[in-house]
Design a protein around this ligand. Sequence first.
Ligand code: FAD
Length: 397
Amino acid sequence: MPSIGVVGGGIGGLTAALACLHAGLDDITVYEQVTEPEALGAGIQLSPNATRVLIALGLRGALAQAVFQPEGVHLRTWRTGYLVASRPLGAISEARYGAPYWHVHRGDLHALLLDAARARGIRIETGCRCVSAGEDERGPYVELESGTARHDVIVGADGIRSMVRSTVFQSGAPRFTGHVAWRGMVPAAKLPAGFVLPAATVWLGPGRHFVHYYVRGGELINFVGVVETDRWTEESWSRPGDPAALARDFAGWNPVVTRLIEAADEVFEWALYDHEPLPSWSRGGITLLGDACHPMLPYLAQGAAMAIEDAWVLSRMLERWEDLPAEGLAEYERYRRPRTARVQRESRRQGQEFHLPEGWPALRRNFVLALGSRLLPEIAMGQYDWLHGYDCVRGFD
Ligand code: FAD
């Protein structure tokens, strides 16, 4: 049975640890740089391709307390709020894909995964920052600020600034995409009942868009406003932003958007980075997972979902190749690379479509979306089957 060291106790690292345990691999240690994880971040969307993994890990009951199940997705124009297109989620999506579509506060999901991992006996070493990783004649190792740890398998789940990636795969730094996201959370009680519909709503404007949805059982409304800009290039999840600058970026937008912005007590600015797809992300007994190997723009809402899928596939490959873990890692990468590269590409394309300039380009987009949504709803919904219908729990051969 291989011993597994997971670097990074975020969404992907903790799910990988839980999935490995579920597969019968019980010698797992997670090394997390943060001493006591706080409820950082804002909303995260969990589509059925991810929720089926979390449910298979026995987390449905715990998640049900924390999530919000949206009725649908609405695409609207930025000023008048004209409903360009909509797609059902809720019970219709659950029946189609066999798993729910949920919205959740990242902090709630993270806390729940951490509690489950601790309760199931997974070793979590907090305050343990990795400075490099490698493999020598004695096998894979990870250099922590506190010393060296050795395992049969090292999984770099240490996010977009991965030390495992940069020291083992010498991959270069992620690059600024020219997109900055404003994030905020508003207590639903601050707005009149029904003012914000129980759907994920995307407001489409030239060079920018605004998304909002409920989390935490409907208690909070999460929003993200993305603007194309060259004004700033720092990447951080917790950098406070200036509410007046956010209001300026969305001045003249629909009152739902401007009221949400006014109601936020604090806002955060988050520069969006991505990375060219890596030529490879497994070597010997070392591999990568989640944002460490395929950071992506958030426009298909798949960052967490891809890390969760990775975690399940990795655990099944390590189970299958219990005596030859390096083979298991190579096979894991073979399965995951084409899918995650497609999601990276499609996320970028979705951003371009959201941000089309006013006039003919936006009119043409709106016409096509409206036609599909109203006259061919089955076809419009089927466009997401490749993404949301992916079922790694059932199998991926
Ligand atoms: P992450 O969830 O980023 O986890 C990486 C983990 O590795 C973190 O716990 C980090 O502390 C740890 N780590 C990093 N470097 C080291 C090191 N050298 N040694 C040890 N540990 C290390 N996405 C959204 O869509 N919306 C959000 O609001 C949002 N907020 C976020 C807030 C935070 C604080 C973080 C870390 C990420 C956030 N994300 C958010 C990103 C989202 O969680 C990821 O895109 C997605 O879940 C993929 O997960 P991951 O496990 O690959 O990476």
